[in-house]
Design a protein around this ligand. Structure first.
Ligand code: C2E
Ligand code: CA
Ligand code: CA
Length: 794
């Protein structure tokens, strides 16, 4: 439980404090040991001093006693009394000497004076207040045992009598001829108490019987004895008997004070050392471990909040372990960051083109429309025209390459910031450049930041169109595609991502159906788009409800004579009104409704054509057949039945097939076309130049006519490239002896240019727009009458 709350810091503080305490304890214990030792030392030193001092003092006592003995033995009266063994005279003499000495000198404290004969038998003795003789038997015995000149020496010894110790000195009387001996017995305490002065400490002298012979006045009482150190020395005499004890005591307060002071110093020192150790350890810990660890902790928290922080690395510092840890951590975050980056990349980048993908785009749009950062911008939705057929006929791998190439061209024509590593969506992301992303199959989207002026946007749109104008060369196929762009502007056309996208989408649809390249969103476009969404269900009913109508657009030869008409279908929707084929044909193809629809177109057109023959013999009809229809197993039968029903020269019936329709499954197409050709029908390749027909292959096909796509014709008088393409298509057709039709002739100059290039047939708004059948017939009539009047004039 506890360990959850323990930090390294706490553990360290605890450990060091414990060590501090321990060293304190050791200091205290050693302190008291030291104290005891010191006391003992002191005591021993004192004992030695006592011993030395005692000896010296006893020597002094001996010397003085000897001196006294010497002066006594030189006394003539004493000598006389000894030699005569006059006990009375001796007694008197000794008493006089004793008193005289005691009164006058009192250098020593004489207890007794004794006189012996030469055989050491006592003749007389005098002491003031002792009943028994104080003479020392051991000393006398020793003196008795001596012989010869030895006997002339003075002897001395400490002797115990009646529990008290005395100092006895034996001095011979009579010089060389020994007559007797005198023994001076004195109290040694008289000398020993002088230790008081020599050592400067209180002294106590204790007799063998335990009585105190002397005690200094300042000898401490029992209560205060603990503050003193007392050393006691038992003095022994030459015979090994304990004779007297000398105690000296010395005040140990100062010693204790010093000891205490030392102890306090040690305690203080230990405490301070411990604190310093704690401080240094904590500081070290902080620098070497805690700081690096804290940094790691903070970095992890930062990373959790914002993954962009993974790009940062932490400082490598501290101890070897923390350095190692930081290094590993950095390595790990680096790898994590790479992983994160590649995940981000996977999530936000389109694998094929390398452009940001839909997720990125939406996120960026969301960010741009967030209120706090909102700045105006425009949104472009680009859809490639004819991409689907490339994919269908040449395969996905070509389609993929085409997309990649187109993406590259788009990118080059925009001011895109290169997003080598896609940014994380954090607040710091402030890309100012254009952003292009692929948001679906052949759909791209562009953000033009701070660009809302239609003129500026148009420039970009035209640049984009220009960028793909030149054919793509993919696996040696020349491929041409177009694009339709829808534009919505923030915040005018919507203030959130979804509205902006939807509006751009509507504008894009409009651009596609009106073939105008690009279109700005307008609220009026909404209606169309709304209904267009229900196409597929409405389409089913449209045939039965007879909502389709064929319009006709005339085809003229170089001499301005009508040679035929192209049937172009319109859907007259009960609610929406006229819907152009570009909008519903793809839906019909998708749902399979294209088959019954084509059957209807064929029978309708053939019927019309037959009808025309009476008035305009030889005027043919061109029918558009979609790629899917070539796969229709009933197609041939339907045409055959129709031709049987309406007796008409099949040569007048032209089937227009796009290049892509043929190339989707060339083998199958060849088979079908051969059959149709055998039936006598005219076969035309529509929208020529936009696809990627292998010209060599074209030769193998039973084709009678090629129609140059209107995109080349419309601008041919202004665009040299277009003119060159038209020219080469015409010469190619000539070399293959094919009829050439130019559609999209809008101006007289274009017509003239085409005539000069030897183009066979011309079609376009210059002559007439596609017309309802009645209008068409009226137009024919008017033209005929005009020609008639012209020729009449001519
Ligand atoms: P398309 O076969 O290339 O048809 C020619 C288109 O060019 C027509 O568009 C026509 O209105 C337009 N056009 C003619 N002259 C000019 C001109 O001078 N300038 C310009 N800018 N345009 C001109 P429309 O009628 O909108 O038809 C579009 C496409 O729909 C046709 O292209 C054709 O591929 C397809 N389509 C039309 N009717 C049918 C049909 O009944 N069946 C099938 N499968 N497709 C059809
Ligand atoms: Ca056509
Ligand atoms: Ca065409």
């Amino acid at each position: 439980m506890l360990q959850h709350h323990l930090s390294i810091r706490a553990i360290l503080v605890w450990t060091i404090s414990l060590f501090g305490l321990l060293s304190l304890l050791i200091a205290l214990v050693t302190g008291s040991i030291y104290r005891d030792l010191t006391l003992k030392n002191q005591e021993q030193a004192l004992e030695r001093l006592i011993t030395i001092s005692s000896k010296e003092l006893l020597n002094e006592s001996r010397d003085l006693s000897t001196e006294l003995g010497m002066s006594l033995q030189s006394n003539q009266a004493l000598r006389k009394a000894v030699s005569s063994q006059d006990i009375v005279a001796l007694q008197e003499l000794l008493e006089n000497q004793f008193h005289q000495y005691f009164m006058t000198a009192h250098v020593i404290e004489i207890s007794q004076l004794t006189v012996f004969d030469a055989a050491l038998d006592t003749l007389s003795h005098f002491s003031s207040n002792f009943d028994t003789s104080l003479s020392c038997p051991n000393l006398i015995n020793e003196a008795k045992s001596r012989t010869g000149p030895e006997r002339l020496k003075t002897l001395d010894a400490l002797c115990t009598r009646n529990g008290l110790t005395f100092h006895s000195v034996l001095v011979p009387i009579g010089g060389l001829r020994i007559m007797g001996y005198v023994e001076i017995t004195s109290a040694p305490v008289h000398f020993l108490k002088k230790i008081e002065q020599t050592l400067g400490n209180p002294v106590k002298v204790t007799q063998p019987n335990g009585s105190v012979a002397y005690q200094s006045s300042d000898w401490p009482d029992t209560n205060s004895l603990q503050n003193f150190l007392d050393a006691r020395v038992e003095l022994t005499n030459a015979f090994g008997e304990a004779v007297i004890a000398v105690s000296v005591c010395t005040h140990i307060n100062t010693l204790f004070e010093e000891l205490n002071q030392t102890r306090n110093l040690i305690i203080l020192g230990t405490g301070i050392t411990t604190l310093i150790a704690i401080f240094i350890a904590l500081l070290g810990l902080r620098i070497t471990t805690l700081k690096p660890l804290t940094q790691l902790k903070e970095q992890i928290q930062l990373m959790r909040k914002d993954p962009i922080q993974m790009r940062r690395s932490v400082d490598v510092r501290g101890t070897e372990e923390t350095r190692e840890l930081a290094k590993s951590f950095n390595q790990m975050t680096k790898e994590l960051n790479e992983l994160y980056q590649s995940l981000q990349d996977m999530a936000y980048r389109d694998k094929l083109t390398g452009l940001p993908n839909r997720n990125f785009f939406h996120a960026r749009l969301d960010q741009l429309t967030a209120t706090d950062t909102a700045t105006p911008f425009s949104l472009l939705l680009i859809d490639l025209d004819r991409f689907k057929s490339v994919n269908d006929t040449l395969g996905h791998h070509i389609g993929d390459k085409l997309l990649t190439a187109a993406a590259e061209r788009f990118r080059e024509s925009l001011r895109t910031t290169d997003l080598i590593v896609l940014p994380h969506f954090c607040h710091e992301f402030q890309e100012k450049g254009d952003i292009i992303s692929r948001i679906g199959g052949d759909e791209f989207a562009v953000i033009l930041p701070e660009t809302t002026d239609p003129k500026d946007i148009e420039i970009v749109c035209r640049k984009l169109i220009q960028s793909i104008k030149q054919n793509f060369q993919i696996n040696s196929y020349p491929i041409s595609i177009g694009l339709s762009t829808g534009i919505s502007v923030y915040p005018r056309d919507g203030d959130d991502m979804h509205t902006l996208m939807r509006h751009a989408d509507i504008a894009m649809y409009h651009a596609k159906s009106s073939r105008c390249g690009y279109a700005f969103y307008e609220p009026s476009l909404e209606k169309h788009k709304h209904i267009a969404l229900n196409f597929e269900s409405d389409l089913k009913l449209a045939i039965n409800r007879e909502e389709f109508e064929l319009f006709y657009q005339p085809k003229l030869n170089r001499d301005n004579q009508v040679v035929g008409a192209e049937a172009l279908t319109r859907w007259i929707h009960p609610e929406v009104g006229l819907i152009p084929p570009d909008q519903f044909i793809p839906a019909a193809e998708k749902t399979g409704l294209i088959h019954p629809f084509t059957h209807w177109v064929i029978s309708e057109a053939i019927e019309q054509c037959l009808y025309w023959q009476s008035e305009y013999p030889g005027m043919g009809v061109s029918i558009n057949v979609s790629a899917i229809s070539l796969q229709d197993p009933e197609l041939i039968d339907v045409i055959r039945t129709q031709l049987a029903t309406y007796p008409i020269n099949p040569r007048l019936i032209t089937l227009e097939l796009t290049e892509t329709a043929v190339m989707r499954d060339p083998e199958h197409a060849l088979m079908k076309l051969k059959e149709l050709s055998l039936m006598g029908l005219t076969i035309s390749i529509d929208d020529f130049g936009t696809g990627y027909s292998s010209l060599a292959y074209l030769k193998k096909l039973p084709v009678n006519e090629i129609k140059i796509d209107r995109s080349f014709v419309i601008d041919m008088t202004k665009d040299r490239d277009d003119e060159a393409i038209v020219r080469s298509i015409i010469s190619l057709a000539e070399s293959l002896s094919l009829t050439v039709v130019a559609e999209g002739v809008e101006t007289e100059e274009a017509r003239q240019a085409l005539v000069n290039l030897n183009c066979d047939t011309l079609q376009g708004y210059l002559f007439s727009r596609p017309l309802q059948i009645n209008d068409f017939l009226l137009w024919l009539k008017e033209k005929k009458s005009l020609e008639a009047s012209n020729s009449a004039v001519g």
